[in-house]
Write a protein that binds this ligand. Structure first.
Ligand code: NCD
Length: 323
């Protein structure tokens, strides 16, 4: 059988770009988690820096807004001692009509080593990886409704830190699965890492067609779907991606799919509550749950730095050697 070349890996099977969870295997995802573990302490030290990427230049190209993702990528790069250039493209060259390819070529002419890219079009990061100079690594920081692989890995890191392992775990992802690149990456990661069961809980209008083919079981009732669950991942309603009315109202949505203290009781006693942010209090999650003892939402943010340090150092090192 003809093997399809995975653009993410170099000829020795090492991570050259980080574009999607789909197509990676368990040992590589575990290597990301283990590498992140080795970086987690650096942020606790008085001097929060190691010289691993000294002399390297990383460009954050954000064609879409972001707070957490962009800030943690920036901090991760500077904790690895790289030089970082963060560009908000909404106010920059492409808004003057420059093509993505021309933006890439101009930045390459400045001898940069890595692009971290967020774009509203699915496939934008793959396009950049295909067209960038061979020494450049590309990291996907969220492309359209496709994938958000570093978010999924920081979520896996957070789960592993609390629950130790994936086997035997039942995870529920609740809310706007249809528009969520985060959910797509999480579903792949949980299945690859060997979770016992991945459930999606959502109204029919917020689920993609044939979602079961991703390896999930589907529930339309929150209380029933949370039974025996160890990890609950709540998602924001991505209203900016909805081009028609998919919901009656936010208060109706909260009544049916919002995580309140009462609904939380349907899951296992030691279940953790996660959310990639930004959270909308009173829409998908109540304040008492978001700020409560089972919530690990702010730990996810902290862990984002170590995981992004891991992905940056792994891709950069695989590029330095072979290709
Ligand atoms: C997510 C995103 O941008 O896809 N947020 C994030 O990266 N922390 C999810 C969202 O916007 O709801």
């Amino acid at each position: 059988m003809l093997a399809i070349k995975n653009l993410q890996l170099n000829s020795s099977g090492k991570l050259k770009h980080f574009l999607s969870i789909e197509g990676l295997d368990k040992s590589l995802l575990t290597e990301v988690l283990d590498t992140a573990e080795s970086f987690a302490d650096i942020s606790e030290q008085r001097v929060k820096k190691i010289p691993l990427l000294r002399g390297k230049t990383i460009v954050n190209l954000f064609f879409e807004n972001s707070t957490r993702t962009r800030a943690t990528f920036e901090l991760a790069a500077s904790r690895l001692s790289a030089d970082v250039l963060s560009m908000n493209i909404a106010t920059s060259a492409t808004s003057k009509g420059e093509s993505l390819l021309d933006t890439i070529r101009n930045l390459e002419a400045m001898q940069v080593d890595m692009f971290v890219v967020r774009h509203s079009l699915s496939g934008a990061a793959h396009f950049m990886a295909e067209h960038a100079a061979p020494h450049i690594s590309v990291i996907n920081a969220g492309d359209g409704q496709h994938e958000h692989p570093t978010q999924a890995m920081l979520d896996m890191f957070t789960i592993r830190r609390v629950k130790q392992q994936f086997s035997g775990l039942r995870v529920a992802i609740v809310g706007d699965i249809l528009h969520s690149r985060v959910a797509r990456s999480q579903i792949h990661a949980l299945n690859i890492l060997g979770a016992q069961e991945v459930r999606v809980i959502a109204p029919k209008t917020l689920l993609p067609a044939q979602v079961e083919s991703l390896g999930v079981t589907v529930y339309h009732d929150l209380a029933a779907g949370l039974k025996n669950i160890d990890v609950i991942i709540m998602l924001r309603l991505q209203k900016e991606r909805m081009n028609s009315a998919l919901l009656p109202s936010e208060s109706e949505y909260f009544k049916c799919f919002g995580l309140s203290d009462d609904k939380l009781k349907c899951a296992n006693k030691d279940a953790i509550v996660m959310h990639p942010g930004p959270i909308n209090r009173g829409v998908e999650i109540s304040s008492s749950v978001a700020d409560g003892p089972q919530s690990v939402i702010l730990q996810q943010v902290t862990n984002g730095i170590a995981v992004r340090m891991a992905v940056m150092s792994m891709t950069m090192h695989s590029n330095a050697g072979t290709e």
